[in-house]
Design a protein around this ligand. Structure first.
Ligand SMILES: Cc1cc2nc3c(=O)[nH]c(=O)nc-3n(C[C@H](O)[C@H](O)[C@H](O)COP(=O)(O)OP(=O)(O)OC[C@H]3O[C@@H](n4cnc5c(N)ncnc54)[C@H](O)[C@@H]3O)c2cc1C
Length: 619
């Protein structure tokens, strides 16, 4: 242990993860906490980290209130509809009423925004999306965070949260290790804002073998945002609400601009509009939700999946019409340059010119996240002026652990935040965290050296395990006494894929499969005590795996609890194939007891705040 030097930092606001939400939190913490010590810790390098690392082509969440384009109420209705009714409307409204101000700052900071030449307004790609030249999006927001923080630590992976030893259920900071130096870092902090992104690679991806690592969501998003709070007993919500994306095959190139801006459309192998074919069958499953406009994303996926099972594939995007217009052709290609260059490379390698050949689409493996078109994550307090009592416990975006806040993918119940909404939510969380400190809620936190030393031993254990066990390798990388991170990852992905509704079963699962999945996950957890790491990079892989495994347990527990198929197209409970509003028009909330590792689940009412208030006023 002596070879891993220990560094201590004491601070007021600790931001874990310097992605979109983390940079927003760091920036805003300085605005409200002028004299406070603010630290941001990032696993990669903040200049190019997180899901926006490569850049983006559109900001997907902008109301345009200054021009009367949309109001926050409209966005709540939109997200509610897309998620088949299941969102925290207080959180969604709160984000939406502030998001425009965030985008205006991006504009001021130099992010190149596309403008409509006639109106001078931001150029719309769709009702909510505005177009940007977004290659430098991440360095621009990183600069704001760097100017605001006392210190940014790059290349440190946070593995555990510290807890106050005097007052139950209060956070005391976080610990992690530097992946370059192998040093151990202790951050004792009055508040912690977890902004560590979503979870890819918990389900087996379509690309394995030669394509291993290629996924739609960022491959480095490893579920720390969920595992860190779950491990200390924070409540989670809607973890069953994983997302499946319809994307261009093999490169996961985005389809939004194609549908919205280029007005392309999909068809089956016979050139038919297959979505219509599945209308009656879908209506049987979900009732009137299929008549909503726009059609909820999961239901469009459902038609895609059913058509493929029925033998109507491959499904194509019809690009050959739009691409005859040279301007649209350019837009179509440029769309990939800002964020998914790989898609253009895949097309080149497969001899696909979308001007003459309609490219194939596919549905992805499932991902878990709270900021995109889905809303898995932590159960947090909403804002004082909007939230019903069950959704409010003092500080906006505070988890059920005192002093622990969340933003972006971390926060559950509030879908369709995207990059701008995640940054905004980071700002909201930071404002509340500063208030928490100013209200003297963070006085006298006790974190003993023993707590820190115990974590140090646990963190570096995989290096020790490998050191000893490497002598027992029987062939290749096979050893009876340790498991490597990649072996553990593949085992995890297979369990999730085959038992919890991945691509192997066309997203189908049921109570018995989930029960078996949980057994297998429990054995994996046992074996992960023996994960071995040959170097610091593998040590990071080991901890990423542990975080993914804990996140997966939570996802599986939630999927088992909700006995209905709320989102056909994201996953199916074969034993409860229909949407069941009588019993399941509610949010699911879980808590894992840190001492026993057992999960308990409950139903929590979903309050429809936006139109209900209007209805109440009218009656
Ligand atoms: C393929 C793709 C396309 C998208 N397209 C769009 C789009 O067109 N428009 C749009 O507006 N939005 C888009 N989004 C959504 C947007 O990127 C996310 O909503 C946003 O990045 C979420 O912010 P976040 O801070 O929660 O996560 P991230 O931005 O991913 O940041 C999480 C950060 O935490 C760090 N981290 C993780 N674990 C740890 C740990 N243990 N310790 C320390 N640091 C850690 C990560 O390195 C990362 O920097 C897209 C996302 C993807 C993946």
């Amino acid at each position: 242990m002596a070879k891993h030097k220990t560094h201590y930092e004491d601070c007021d606001v600790l931001v874990v993860g310097g992605g979109m939400a983390g940079t927003g939190a760091t920036f805003e913490a300085r605005h409200w906490g002028r004299d406070m010590k603010i630290i941001c810790v990032e696993k990669a390098n903040i200049d190019r980290s997180g899901a926006v690392a490569q850049g983006l082509y559109a900001i997907n969440c902008y109301m345009g209130m200054q021009w009367g384009e949309n109001q926050p109420e409209d966005h709540v209705r939109y997200a509610r509809n897309d998620l088949m009714g299941m969102v925290r409307e207080d959180l969604g409204y709160d984000m939406a009423r502030h998001v425009d101000s965030t985008v205006h700052m991006f504009d001021e900071w130099g992010l190149p925004m596309m403008k409509n030449e006639k109106t001078g307004r931001y150029l719309r790609e769709g009702k909510w999306q505005i177009m940007i030249h977004g290659e430098s999006y991440k360095p621009i927001v990183a600069e704001a965070a760097k100017k605001s923080a006392d210190k940014i630590y790059n290349r440190i992976m946070i593995t555990h949260l510290l807890m106050d030893e005097d007052q139950e259920n209060r956070v005391g900071g976080a610990v992690g290790f530097n992946m370059r130096t192998g040093d151990y870092h202790v951050f004792r902090s009055k508040t912690v804002i977890v902004a560590a992104g979503g979870a890819s690679h918990i389900f087996k991806p379509r690309a394995v073998g030669e394509g291993m690592g290629r996924t739609w969501y960022a491959p480095w998003s490893n579920g720390s945002a969920y595992a860190l709070p779950i491990a200390v007993g924070a409540k989670m919500t809607q973890m069953e609400n994983r997302i499946v994306l319809c994307r261009f095959k093999d490169g996961y190139g985005p389809v939004g601009a194609y549908f919205l801006h280029l007005k392309t459309y999909t068809q089956n192998a016979n050139g038919e509009n297959y979505e219509k074919k599945w209308y009656d069958q879908t209506k049987e499953l979900v009732g009137e939700y299929i008549d909503h406009h726009p059609t909820p994303t999961c239901l469009r996926n459902h038609a895609f999946i059913q058509e493929t099972i029925a033998g109507g594939g491959p499904i194509h995007m019809v690009t050959t019409e739009a691409f005859q217009d040279p301007h649209l052709e350019t837009v179509g290609w440029e769309n990939f340059l800002g964020m998914t260059v790989g898609q253009a490379v895949v097309w080149a390698s497969q001899n696909i010119d979308p001007k003459y050949t309609n490219p194939e689409l596919t549905t992805s493996e499932p991902y878990v996240m709270g900021s995109h078109a889905t809303c898995s994550g932590a159960w947090v307090s909403g804002p004082e002026d909007l939230s019903p009592p069950e959704y409010f416990w003092g500080y906006n975006r505070m988890l059920t652990i005192d002093g622990l806040f969340g933003a972006g993918d971390t926060v559950g119940g509030s879908a369709h935040k995207f990059s701008s909404g995640s940054f905004t939510e980071g700002r909201l969380a930071a404002k509340a965290a500063v208030k928490y400190i100013n209200d003297k809620k963070a006085e006298g936190i006790k974190v003993t050296d023993k707590q820190c030393e115990d974590f140090k031993e646990a963190i570096f254990k995989p290096l020790e395990t490998y050191q000893v066990a490497q002598n027992e390798i029987t062939g290749g990388t096979v050893s009876p006494s340790y498991i490597s991170p990649i072996q553990g990852l593949q085992r995890l992905q297979r369990i999730m894929d085959e038992y919890v509704g991945g691509i192997a079963t066309n997203y189908m699962t049921n109570g018995n499969m989930l029960k078996r999945g949980l057994e297998l996950l429990a054995w994996l957890e046992e074996d992960l005590e023996k994960v071995g790491a040959e170097d610091l990079h593998q040590l990071m892989r080991a901890w990423e795996l542990k975080h993914r495994a804990l996140t997966s347990q939570c996802v599986t527990e939630h999927t088992m609890f909700r006995e209905e198929t709320r989102w056909p197209g994201y996953y199916y409970r074969g034993d409860h194939m229909k949407l069941d509003d009588d019993n399941w028009h509610c949010l699911t909330v879980s808590r894992r007891d840190p001492k026993t590792g057992k999960f308990t689940l409950e139903k929590v009412p979903v309050y429809h705040i936006v139109d209900e208030n209007e209805k109440r006023k009218a009656s």
